[in-house]
Design a binder for this molecule. Structure first.
Ligand SMILES: Cc1ncc(COP(=O)(O)O)c(C=O)c1O
Length: 381
């Protein structure tokens, strides 16, 4: 068991970028955002974002002798953890005077952030324009349009190409002009990370009563990992450990292990919404706080999608399953008696036609990854 965990763990070599830990998170911040009310009534949709249950994964907890806890982010109104970031980038723009009533929010996103923004923008009376690579499924485009967004699928080119979807989103906002439109820029806008410093982190701390030894999750923008890590380190006086979990095709695990050498992105993963080719502004201030990182192969993420469904009744997307694998591996590394938390980012609903399709699993070389006794869940041809 221990050898298994050693195989993929490494202690963080990158510490030099660690910014000082700020004042306690309950100290007044420069911008104070009030997202919910007392008396249990949410102030509109945005008040219903966050405060998700923390679920003990019973089977994996018994297996490891640890408490393995998953934060049920799939229960947010937009169905994912990205509702929190969407709310914070919009509120931050409002508070900075970058958005006025009837204004336009513009973002480059192919997934959950767009859905979160669509809900938040409808709820607060803004237009939403989304740029995404034209390689994305028609289903995603239809869903965003159905939620009221104007969607621009554009050629899928690398980030350093001027026509990359993120740059097109920025230029669209520039054309409309300051005060009328804002490019929310989820990757490098640190209001995203702040959502997790001010909500996800404190919720985890309160729900566990401070009895928490480690946190782990994968990164897309890294807002979740960075913000939660920052809060937990502060709240625990540095005691709670934090580990970055990386899918194939992402460079951050090797970046951390090599002490800060950024390699070219190569390969890919079936997970969506995670994996990164650079250190975003959301990650940079907290990278040095991490205690290590681990790599999770797609085979293990797929197997965990099926295990979570069968053993825990949790219908999870592949990024959540990857996080659960990572939490189990951190638990194995720490040994029995520890409490390890992660986030269950979204449900399997939008991925079901792939994750539970025999043809798709075969095409990806992942059919054998599904445990034999769980093959009955492969219900689609
Ligand atoms: C399904 C899913 N999981 C995880 C993440 C990663 O979260 P973060 O951007 O906070 O790193 C995303 C981000 O889009 C996502 O869509």
């Amino acid at each position: 068991m221990f050898r298994h965990s050693v195989r993929r763990f490494a202690t963080t070599a990158v510490r030099r970028n660690a910014a000082p830990i700020p004042a306690p998170a309950n100290a007044p911040s420069a911008v104070t955002i009030n997202v919910s009310t007392a008396q249990g009534v949410a102030k509109g949709l945005t008040g219903a974002i966050g405060n998700t249950p923390l679920i003990r994964l019973n089977k994996l907890s018994a297996e490891t002798g640890c408490e393995i806890l998953g934060k049920a982010e799939f229960m947010n109104p937009g169905g994912s953890i990205k509702d929190r970031a969407a709310l914070y980038v919009v509120l931050d723009a409002e508070e900075r005077g970058l958005l006025s009533p009837g204004g336009t929010v513009i973002e480059g996103t192919a997934g959950n952030t767009g859905i979160g923004l669509a809900h938040v923008c409808r709820s607060r009376g803004y237009q939403l324009v989304i740029y995404m690579p034209n390689t994305q499924s028609q289903g995603k485009i239809d869903l965003l349009r159905l939620l009221g967004a104007e969607v621009h699928p554009v050629p899928a080119v690398a980030f350093d190409h001027p026509d990359n979807y993120n740059h097109q989103a920025r230029r669209h906002a520039e054309r409309l002009g300051a005060g009328r439109a804002v490019w929310t820029n989820q990757f490098d806008n640190t209001a995203n990370r702040r959502a997790h410093i001010e909500t996800t982190g404190p919720e985890l701390w309160a729900q566990t009563g401070g009895k928490l030894d480690a946190f782990t999750c994968a990164t897309g923008t890294a807002g979740t990992l960075a913000g939660v890590t920052r809060f937990l380190k502060e709240a625990s006086g540095g005691r709670v450990r934090s580990y970055l979990a990386d899918p194939p095709g992402s460079v951050l695990h090797s970046y951390i292990q090599s002490g800060g050498r950024l390699r070219e992105r190569a390969g890919g993963s079936i997970t969506e919404g995670i994996g990164q080719g650079r250190v975003t502004d959301n990650l940079a201030p907290d990278l040095g706080l991490l205690d290590g990182s681990l790599h999770v192969p797609d085979e293990e993420s797929v197997a965990m999608v099926y295990r979570c469904l069968d053993e825990e009744g949790l219908y999870l997307g592949a990024s959540s399953a990857l996080n659960v694998v990572a939490a189990r591996d951190v638990a194995r590394k720490l040994g029995p008696g520890h409490t390890v938390a992660t986030v269950l980012c979204d449900g399997a609903y939008r991925y079901a036609d792939r994750l539970f399709s025999r043809k798709w699993l075969e095409a990806k070389g992942l059919l054998a990854a599904v445990p034999k006794h769980l093959e009955r869940y492969i219900v689609l041809p």
